[in-house]
Design a protein around this ligand. Sequence first.
Ligand code: BGC
Length: 379
Amino acid sequence: MNAFASGEGRAPFALLGCLLSLAIVAPAQAFGDVKGLSKMGYGKTKDGEAVELYTLQNGKTTVKIATYGATVVSIEVPDKNGHVADVTLGFDSLDGYLGEHPYFGATVGRVANRIAKGKFSLDGKDYTLAVNNPPNTLHGGKKGFNRVVWKAEPVESPDGPAVKMTYTSRDGEEGYPGTLTASVTFTVTANDELKIAYAATTDKATPLNLSNHTYFNLSGKGDATILDHELTLAASNYTPVDDTLIPTGEIVTVSGTPLDFTKPTAIGDRIAKLTGEPGGYDHNLVLDARAGAKATVYDPKSGRVLEMSTTEPGVQFYSGNFLDGTVVGRGGQVYRKHFGLCLEAQHFPDSIHHANFPDSVLRPGRTYTQTTTYKFSTR
Ligand code: BGC
C-alpha cells in the first residue's frame, strides 16, 4: 500500500492512498519538515503492541520500514526501462512478518549469525543462550531484535528522509550480559542509496553483531532464482566452516574456489560445486580493505545494479538455500530455493570464540557504530 504524503505534487496520491487504506489501517501521516517521509499504522503484534510503517522516498527509490524488527519491508526501484518494482522478498502485511519466516528484511541482533553451541565466556563468566539453530545459536536467539517493536523518530538529515529506530535490550535478555541501547537510522539519499547506520552502547561487556537480513531479487518479481545475477565481491579471503556452519577459525584465500567473486560471476555458475546440505552459498567473506563498493550485484535481464558498501570487516553471502517453498510471500508468491540473496554486512560468525577474528565485544564507555549502504542503479 502506498503512503506518500509529503513532497510536492504528491497530495492527490496521498488522498487516494488514505481513502484506500481507511478500512484497513490508519491513514498516512506526513512530517511537515522531513520531505519524503511519511508513516502509517501497520497493525498490532500478538501482544497488542502497535507497529508503524515508515515510507522514505528520494530520487527514484522508495523504501518502507516497519518498526517490528526494524524491518525493511520493501525497496522499490526502476529497471533499465524505468519500470519500478520491489527488489526484496517479504509480505503484504504485518501478519506475514509476525509468522515464521527466515528474517526477511529484519535487523538481526544482539548477535547476528551463529554462536557455537549457544555458549560463551566473557571476562571469566560463562553465558548460555538459546540453541535455536541446533546445535548453535542463530541471529540473537529465540526472540532476537527482529521480533521486537522498535521506537521510531523522524530524523532531519541533509542526506534525505530518515527514520531512527531505537531498542533497549535488557540485561540478561536472551542470555546476553548488559543493558544494550541500539539504534538503527535508515536514510534514503538522492543518489538512490538506502543507508543503514547503527549505533549501540552497553553497561556491561557484551558480544554484539548487528546486521540487516534483506533478501534481494533484482528481477523485481521474486518469482525466479537469483542464479543468473552476477556478483562481484571485494573479498580475497573467507572463513571456512564446519558442517554446522561454525567457522573453523582459518582465514583462507578464495582463489581456486567457488567463492572467488573478485571478478563478476553469475551466482549459478559454480554453485553446484559447493558441498553440503541444502547446497549453495552461506559463507562469510573477509572484505578487502579498499575503497568503493564491497559487493556489486547485477541482473542482466532487468539491468538493475545493487552496490553494497560497509564499514564492517565481513559479509555473509547467503543464496537463500533454506527457502524451500513453505513461505508464501508478497502477492501469494511461493519463495523457493535461491529466490533471494542476502548480503549481510557484519563481524565474522562466532567471533566470540576466535581471538584471531576482529573483536566483536562492546564494552561500557564505548560506542559501537556501523554504516552499510545499498545503492541502486541500472546499466
Ligand atoms: C544464515 C543462514 C540462515 C539464514 C536464515 C543466514 O544469515 O547464514 O544459514 O539459514 O540466515 O536464517
